[in-house]
Design a protein around this ligand. Structure first.
Ligand code: NAD
Length: 301
């Protein structure tokens, strides 16, 4: 039996995720406020929705992937929005990274209309979205998750049920804080090393085989050596995730420090007009402070 799925917000992450949902064999309707973002999916066989209402009226499950809390709250809660237009029994799943307070507002509003809601922020970047290897951090009703799991598995094999709504976005903020701190620590070490005369790929190879290695190292061959800072994951979105992490920390009176240090670089990148670039561009801020710029190299094989 055909499953009717909607996907709203097909940008850098949503687009490859929607592509994998389509490949899993469901009937997919997509919508994005930018028509250009939908073109490849429509060419691959998805239906182009005319509006949010149009998508949700045709779907049993609707996935959303928008930038931040204000976008998500407007899409779901406005009169004539997603919750208002969904038939009872529809499952709405937000894949965006947002403040935990957002899913906590959406779930009861959905429930009032007999509609189900799950949060499911994801991790693994655009490469992971393309390869369908993302980690999904699901908050909400476990029984509803069981019903929609086959669709989520089309996005990534690691579907974690982490607790009630809000819990998914807490673990997502923790993950991104750690990823950002690791990246900035890597960039400071890298700039120092290259200024000292080392080859960046030597640093990559040695640290990868040693105790300082992390996934952040992959930015060296992929983005930093070739000086390719197209997103990927935009600076403004990482800045938003660090805001989420520190908001949770303040609410719980947990003193934190590393997130603030890492966020200084994201803030400096925003001030330099680099908010739409990939987070790897923060290396150029580290370079400015070091009064040193790494030479561009060919993308290593
Ligand atoms: P993006 O800006 O590339 O895409 C967002 C898309 O949403 C755009 O195409 C935009 O036109 C569309 N949109 C916004 N408001 C809309 C509305 N009201 N109706 C319809 N379409 C709307 O951002 P992205 O990188 O895809 O990130 C999306 C979310 O996923 C963010 O919360 C981000 O933090 C998270 N995320 C991103 C990555 C990554 O590597 N890019 C990784 C994990 C999580």
């Amino acid at each position: 039996m055909a499953v009717f799925v909607g996907f709203i917000g097909v940008g850098n992450m949503g687009n490859p995720m929607a592509g994998n949902v389509l490949k899993s064999g469901v009937s997919l309707t997509v919508y994005d406020k930018s028509p250009r973002a939908m073109a490849n999916l429509v060419q691959a066989g998805a239906k182009q929705g005319a509006s949010v209402r149009d998508v949700v009226e045709q779907s049993e499950i609707v996935l959303t992937c928008l930038p931040a809390s204000p976008d998500v709250e407007a899409l779901y809660l406005e009169p004539g929005g997603l919750i208002d237009s969904a038939k009872p029994g529809t499952v709405l799943i937000d894949l965006s990274s947002v403040l935990p307070s957002t899913p906590r507002k959406l779930e009861p509003a959905a429930k009032k209309r007999g509609v189900h809601f799950l949060e499911s922020p994801v991790s693994g970047g655009v490469a992971g979205a393309r390869a369908a290897t993302l980690a999904l951090m699901v908050g909400g009703d476990a029984d509803i998750l069981k019903r929609v799991e086959p669709v989520l598995k089309a996005i990534g094999p690691n579907v974690f049920h982490v607790g009630p709504v809000g819990a998914g976005n807490i673990v997502k903020a923790i993950n991104n804080m750690m990823a950002c701190v690791n990246s900035l620590a890597m960039m400071e070490g890298l700039v120092l090393g290259v200024k000292a005369g080392l080859d960046p790929m030597t640093i990559y190879d040695v640290v990868k085989a040693s105790s300082g290695g992390s996934k952040a190292l992959e930015r060296i061959p992929k983005a930093i050596v070739p000086r390719d800072f197209e997103p990927g994951f935009k600076v403004q979105l990482m800045n938003k995730d660090l805001e989420t992490f520190t908001a949770i920390a303040k609410e719980l009176h947990v003193p934190v420090s590393f997130a603030n240090v890492a966020q200084r670089y994201e803030q400096a990148a925003l001030a330099a007009g680099l908010g739409e670039k990939d987070t790897s561009v923060a290396v150029t801020i580290v370079e400015k402070l070091a009064a040193f710029e790494m030479p561009k190299g060919a993308a290593p094989k």
